[in-house]
Design a protein around this ligand. Structure first.
Ligand SMILES: C=C(O[C@@H]1C=C(C(=O)O)C=C[C@H]1O)C(=O)O
Length: 365
């Protein structure tokens, strides 16, 4: 590009902004048209389509890697597109999204990462409440944490999935950075640290080394920890949104023991997203008891079909007179594709209890 003066550059930016805005408005009008087409087709539900959104985001990232792409990163481009889609969708059917509150939690950050800013949010107090809220229709979708790369599974979420009629219709991966937040200005003045058990698990080494003498008090969420620290003193382990919300100082940043610390969240709702080519299927099953090799039998069809099993977790079956376990299995593929369907049929045939929890697009950003 030839040298521009500052004034020339600003004139250029103004002209580009004019174009961008005209195009965004044109896009919003087409999105309204999509909603009208759906209504004419008798579609009475909400107009959110997780698979279509995943495709739009993947296309945006692919374009960014192409000849006209850059210099912004794929993730930044996808996030901008995310917000445009969110705003377009909210014109016709503003979504209501319930999540594990209070405000300032990582689950809130996950909800906004997945749905964008143009949604109505309902921060609720417990995982069960989120399931009930979506089942009753008070919220269109729910966002619940399911697993952290250091702390392990969120048992309430797995237990709720066994019995719910809701479907998993998406997943969100959120890199989690913990910070020590306080009204105080130095670590030495902190007598008590408040945090969610998962946050304690993820910062244990740092706390042992730097705050060995401080009391550790478990609370129900990171947002709650920040609220208590803002009212009673002490410090909270939480994310930056909580620091902003409660006006706390950041005494120490990125105190997680593993810099790759990531939490996976599930989107729960009432729809079954269509296949996108990059999907995950989640199921829960129990093996036949008292049979040697029962778990092996359950999993063998996946191995035989060379399906990529990305996760397996177990939870005890409550009230069972003998030890029995629910196995939660994730694999790459969509329940509607021939290979996955055949494997699911075989697993179902070998299982005492079997339920597909959902097939949904693999997280894009
Ligand atoms: C309902 C639809 O559109 C909604 C709006 C989208 C957008 O603005 O790009 C994408 C997917 C849906 O959440 C659809 O495309 O079927």
């Amino acid at each position: 590009m030839p040298e521009l003066t500052l004034q020339d550059a600003r004139v250029k930016i103004d002209a580009l902004d004019d174009q961008i805005q005209r195009l965004i408005s044109a896009r919003a009008r087409v999105a309204q048209e999509v909603a009208r087409i759906k209504q004419r087709q008798g579609d009475t539900g909400d107009h959110y389509r997780p698979s279509r959104e995943a495709e739009v985001l993947r296309r945006a990232m692919a374009r960014n890697s192409g000849a006209d792409g850059g210099p912004l990163t794929d993730e930044v481009i996808a996030r901008l597109m995310r917000e445009i889609m969110s705003a377009c969708l909210s014109l016709e059917s503003p979504l209501t999204v319930a999540y594990l509150g209070p405000e300032g939690t990582y689950t809130q950050a996950a909800a906004l990462k997945h749905f964008g800013d143009s949604v109505t949010v309902r921060p609720l107090g417990a995982v069960d409440e989120i399931f009930r809220d979506v089942e009753s229709g008070a919220a269109d979708y729910g966002v619940v944490p399911v697993e952290n790369s250091i702390g392990g599974v969120v048992t309430h979420t797995l237990d709720a999935l066994v019995h719910t009629k809701l479907r998993i219709c998406g997943e969100v991966m959120l890199p989690v950075h913990h910070h020590l937040l306080s009204r105080e200005t130095s670590l030495a003045s902190v007598g008590t640290v408040y945090a969610h058990p998962q946050s304690f698990a993820q910062t244990r080494k740092w706390l042992d080394a730097r705050m060995g003498k401080a009391e550790r008090e478990v609370v129900s969420s990171n947002g709650e920890a920040a609220r208590i620290a803002s009212e009673k003193g002490g410090a909270a382990i939480a994310g930056l949104p909580a620091a902003r919300l409660y006006g706390l100082n950041i005494l120490a940043s990125n105190i997680e023991d593993d810099p790759g610390n990531t939490t996976r969240f599930l989107i729960i709702g009432k729809q079954d997203p269509s296949a996108t080519g990059e999907d995950v299927t989640s199921l829960v099953a129990t093996a036949h008891r008292n049979q040697p090799g029962a778990l092996f039998t359950l999993l063998k069809p996946l191995a035989d079909a060379q399906i990529d099993m990305t996760r397996i977790e177990s939870r005890p079956v409550r009230g069972s007179p003998v030890p029995d376990f629910y196995f939660f299995i994730d694999f790459g593929g969509h329940a509607s594709d021939a290979k996955s369907r055949a494997v699911l049929d075989q697993v179902r045939a070998n299982a005492a209890f079997f339920k597909i929890l959902g097939s949904y697009p693999k997280a894009v950003i």
